[in-house]
Structures are given as structure tokens and as C-alpha cells.
Design a protein around this ligand. Structure first.
Ligand code: HAM
Length: 525
């Protein structure tokens, strides 16, 4: 059997991984200069954290989250699966009685697990236990008879109860990280910290989306969040400024910033109702998804990319005309703050974003070379989220997440394969290939390689002795800059032979001269 990476996930191989590291390193450096520090978050959270924060009706929560049941009852869940698959006939008394015995064993064991706290005592679990007791009694009374209809009805009822049981917490590999940051902020009482709490994170996220170019089921984000009591528009503008400074550092060309304000809990509900009423009037002109959203989440209709809906959407009422005075002045000030930083933007009234926690400022950045998945970053303000998750009502928040896969893709499309690596000393690639010949030379080589690596050179040391031609051939193929050769002659003379592979220039040097030579060459490289 041959294993392959599963659908929608992929390996990031060298040399592409070098570009990823450089991009991430650039983020650390740029974000650091804005006073942000890294938060390392768990990959798993309780499913409900995302359901509450991102919103039950969003695509992420309703369709794309992976949900796992985290429990310690493999035996019981195996028994449940076994029962779910059975279809016993009351007329076949042997199999019917066997089914009843298994069901009885399961019910008793599950009741014990709930009572002892191994399985959660949720209303659903307790209801399922009561339901199974009733069905078990009914089914037992049918034993020996022929009433197929009644037995089938109760077996079906048992099936429903079995399916509603949960053996433990529902957990989810994070589809995004803002909810986790807010959870951590509250859990660690970070509101007592002075000033705004500025955090950044990077790592994989998981959404069960239809894979295509720039869209994966495991993808990576670099994100940042500001949490604190102030919602000053200057914070919004500075977050965007930091983002653009980062894109400039990695030399992303053609990034375009769109902004919007989607109001707050004072003005948005009235707008949403107005939008819903207008959408009802044009319902027949909309596709099935948008029709459904009229009820569940009318704002999301504005996000539609469906060609046939565009003309209809253009005529819908716009939020900008329905913002309350506070939201309007906040938005105006965000724009003024962007202007005074010389940041160019486009206003896009349809930029509502696909997560429920946003309010007021929303923004997105698109980049070239990405086809339809051209949003390389999305973000916005989420002032009510901390309170929604049980934290202080006074804490406001704003942040963004960059899709690292898409950023790297856009850089590659533009021909960028290197990003200036800040503090990194090596320019990448192999500096030295050390060819040794004979057991004594290997001892000398091991010591020299250690000292070269300590000085920051990238060195390859063959693990077994090779023929001269083969060894030097490998140095060429690995694109080493220098080959160092140590054999009996060099050992006897207390030198090494060093060959610059670009032009074949070769000389014999003692170790101090070798280091001076390599350092000098590195500086002019
Ligand atoms: P989001 O818009 O869902 O926002 O994701 C942010 C970025 O992640 C997108 O613009 C895109 O570049 C990338 N992305 C999303 N899904 C995929 C995928 N399936 N494959 C590849 N890349 C993807 C958030 O996640 C918010 N938490 C952002 C935020 C932070 N808002 C405030 N703070």
C-alpha cells in the first residue's frame, strides 16, 4: 500500500520551505518593531469556542469545521457503532435476543460512565438514557412475538437515541485563531496588563473546503490581534500600516487594500432588516445559497461572487448610508488616519467578511497571481467578542490574518524566491563540501567540520569514504561553493586543499588561513 497526503493538504518542501521561513521571520521582525509579541496557541479547542465566536450560520462553522469526539471510551463507542448497524427481526428470536442483550449491556455501561463522570452528564445524554430505557422495555415485551412493525419502530427510536449520545468533549482543530487568542486573553486575565495587548501568531488552520489553487484544508496563517479598552481609529490604521510594512518587507507587489465599516449592534440590526426586506423582493432572482441566506445571514449575500446576482446586489441598500453617528465618525476617522499615514485604499461596501464577530472596520488585501482565491489577508474589528466569550465588556479588539500559502504563491508567481533574511548569516545553500580520504583524514575532517559549522558555515561531510572523482562530483551536484580536500598528503603537511568550485581555483592552506580565506570570501559574496 502506498500512502499519499490526504485531499487538500500538502507538504512544503525545500527549497520552498526556505521562502516560508524567510516570510515568517520577516513577520516576526516587522511585527516586533510595532511592539507585538508571539502567542503560541493550541491547535485544538472546544468546538463551541468557534461556534460561538465565528457564528453558527457561517460557512466555517456550519460546513467546514472538523469535529472530533474526545473521549476515553473506545469500547463503548465501538458497541454503539455495532448497535447502529444492526437491523434485528423480532421473528428471528436468536438475533433479536442477542441485540437486546447488547443494547442492555451498552445502556448499563453508558449509565455508569455518565454517573461516574467519565462521560458528560449533558441533557442530551440523560435524555438518550431515558429513551433507551423505554425502548428496551418495549422491545423486551415483544420477544417471542411477531410484531415486526412495533419492533422496527423501537429499533429506529434506539438508533436516534444512540446517535445523539456524546462520549466526551467535542473538539476542533482550529479553523482560525482569533477565537483562541480571545480565549487565552480571558483565561490568563490579560486585561490587567498595561496598555494594549498586542499578539501575533503563525501556524496551520483547518477548514474542510473544496481544494483548489490557493485553497487548502490545512493552510497557514500569520495573524495579529490588538486587545484593549481603546477602540481608537488610530489603532485600526496602525494595524493596517504594520500589515503593509510587512508586505513591503517581503516585496509583495500589487497588494490592494479594501476597507469598509459594517456598523455595530446599534445600527447594524436595522440595516440587516432593511436588507432582508429588499432581498425578499428580489428573492426569485437569487441562487439557492443567497435565498437561504436571506433568512440566516443576509449580509453574506453581499459577498456573493455569482455572476447572475451581481446586478441585483448592486441595487441593494448600502450600509454606509445606515451607519449610526458613532460608527460613521469612527469610520471617517479610520480613513483620515490611513490618509495621514499615506496609505492608499479602496472602499468596498460589500466587504462584510465571512465571520460573525466583526463590527465597524473590516478590511481585506488582494494580491496578484492567485486567480479566484486572491484575498491574501483579511481582518477587522471585533469589539463584542471578548464579552461574548465571558471576558470584560470593556475590552475591544482588532486584528488580521494573512494566508501564508497565498502570500508565498503570489511571491513565487512574481519570481521572488528569496526574502531578505534579516539576522540570518547564511545566504542559503551549501558553503563547503568536505571530501576526506582515509581513516586518519576522517578524524581530522570531523573536527574541522565542527569548527566550520560553529562559525556559521553550511557544511556537508560524507558519512562514508568515497572515490575522489565521485566525491568531488557530488560536491558539484550539491552546488557547494568550496570543496575542502583532506588526504594523507594534506595531513602530513598540516594543511587542507581548498577548491573554489565556481572557477576551480585551488590552494593549500593551514586552518587559520582557511578560516580567514572563507570569511573574506563570505563577505564579498
Ligand atoms: P479569514 O478571512 O477567514 O479571516 O482568513 C484570513 C486569510 O486566510 C484569508 O484572506 C486567506 O488568505 C487565508 N485563508 C482562509 N482560508 C484559506 C484556505 N482554505 N486555504 C488557504 N488560505 C486560506 C480569519 O481567519 C480571521 N481570523 C482574521 C482576523 C484576525 N480577523 C481579526 N483578527
Amino acid at each position: 500500500m502506498k500512502f499519499q497526503a490526504i485531499k487538500g493538504v500538502r507538504d512544503i518542501l525545500p527549497p520552498e520551505s526556505t521562502l516560508w521561513n524567510r516570510v515568517e521571520q520577516a513577520a516576526r521582525e516587522v511585527f516586533g518593531t510595532f511592539g507585538f509579541a508571539e502567542i503560541r496557541l493550541p491547535i485544538f479547542e472546544q468546538t463551541d469556542l468557534f461556534a460561538r465566536s465565528v457564528g453558527q450560520e457561517t460557512d466555517i462553522v456550519s460546513k467546514e469545521m472538523y469535529v472530533l469526539e474526545d473521549h476515553e471510551l473506545p469500547g463503548l463507542s465501538g458497541l454503539r457503532d455495532h448497535l447502529l448497524l444492526r437491523d434485528p427481526m423480532v421473528s428471528d428470536s436468536q438475533s433479536f435476543e442477542q441485540y437486546l442483550k447488547t443494547l442492555k449491556d451498552f445502556t448499563e455501561a453508558f449509565r455508569k460512565a455518565v454517573t461516574s463522570g467519565i462521560a458528560p452528564a449533558t441533557p442530551a445524554n440523560q435524555g438518550a438514557l431515558r429513551g433507551m430505557d423505554v425502548s428496551l422495555a418495549e422491545l423486551t415485551s415483544l420477544v417471542g412475538g411477531q410484531n415486526e412493525t412495533s419492533s422496527r419502530t423501537h429499533v429506529d427510536m434506539v438508533r436516534v437515541e444512540l446517535s445523539s449520545i456524546s462520549f466526551g468533549d467535542r473538539i476542533t482543530p482550529r479553523p482560525e485563531a482569533t477565537a483562541s487568542v480571545v480565549r487565552a486573553y480571558i483565561e490568563h486575565g490579560m486585561q490587567v496588563l498595561p496598555g494594549n495587548v498586542k499578539l501575533y501568531y503563525m501556524g496551520p488552520m483547518f477548514r474542510r473546503e473544496r481544494p483548489q489553487k490557493g485553497r487548502y484544508r490545512q493552510f497557514y496563517q500569520i495573524g495579529a490581534e490588538v486587545l484593549g479598552t481603546s477602540d481608537a481609529p488610530g489603532i485600526d490604521a496602525e494595524v493596517i500600516e504594520m500589515l503593509l510594512a510587512f508586505f513591503e518587507r517581503v516585496e509583495l507587489k500589487g497588494a490592494a487594500l479594501s476597507i469598509n465599516s459594517i456598523g455595530d449592534k446599534n445600527c447594524r440590526p436595522a440595516y440587516v432588516e432593511k436588507l432582508r426586506a429588499e432581498l425578499q423582493k428580489v428573492r426569485e432572482q437569487l441562487g439557492a445559497d443567497s435565498q437561504r441566506r436571506i433568512e440566516t445571514n443576509p449580509l453574506r449575500v453581499l459577498d456573493s461572487k455569482l455572476e447572475s446576482e451581481q446586478a441585483v446586489i448592486e441595487k441593494l441598500p448600502r450600509i454606509a448610508e445606515h451607519l449610526c453617528a458613532d460608527c460613521k465618525s469612527h469610520y471617517d476617522e479610520v480613513k483620515r488616519q490611513l490618509d495621514l499615514r499615506g496609505i492608499a485604499y479602496q472602499e468596498n461596501w460589500r466587504l462584510v467578511r465571512g465571520l460573525d464577530y466583526y463590527m465597524r472596520t473590516t478590511f481585506e488585501i488582494t494580491a496578484p497571481g492567485l486567480g479566484s482565491q486572491n484575498a491574501v489577508c483579511g481582518g477587522g474589528r471585533y469589539d463584542g467578542l471578548v464579552e461574548l466569550l465571558g471576558g470584560p465588556a470593556t475590552t475591544k479588539g482588532i486584528g488580521f490574518a494573512i494566508g501564508t500559502d497565498r502570500l508565498v504563491l503570489s511571491l513565487q508567481e512574481a519570481g521572488v524566491s528569496e526574502v531578505a533574511g534579516g539576522a540570518a548569516r547564511s545566504t542559503g545553500g551549501l558553503d563547503v563540501y568536505l571530501a576526506w580520504f582515509g581513516a586518519a583524514a576522517q578524524v581530522a575532517a570531523v573536527g574541522l567540520v565542527r569548527r566550520l559549522r560553529d562559525s556559521g558555515f553550511v557544511v556537508e561531510l560524507p558519512a562514508v569514504e568515497m572515490k575522489f572523482g565521485k566525491s568531488l562530483g557530488l560536491a558539484d551536484r550539491l552546488k557547494a561553493r568550496y570543496a575542502i580536500i583532506i588526504g594523507d598528503d594534506e595531513l602530513a603537511a598540516g594543511v587542507v586543499a581548498v577548491k573554489r568550485l565556481a572557477d576551480g581555483k585551488q590552494q593549500k592552506l593551514a586552518e587559520p588561513e582557511l578560516f580567514s580565506y572563507l570569511h573574506a570570501e563570505r563577505n564579498i559574496k
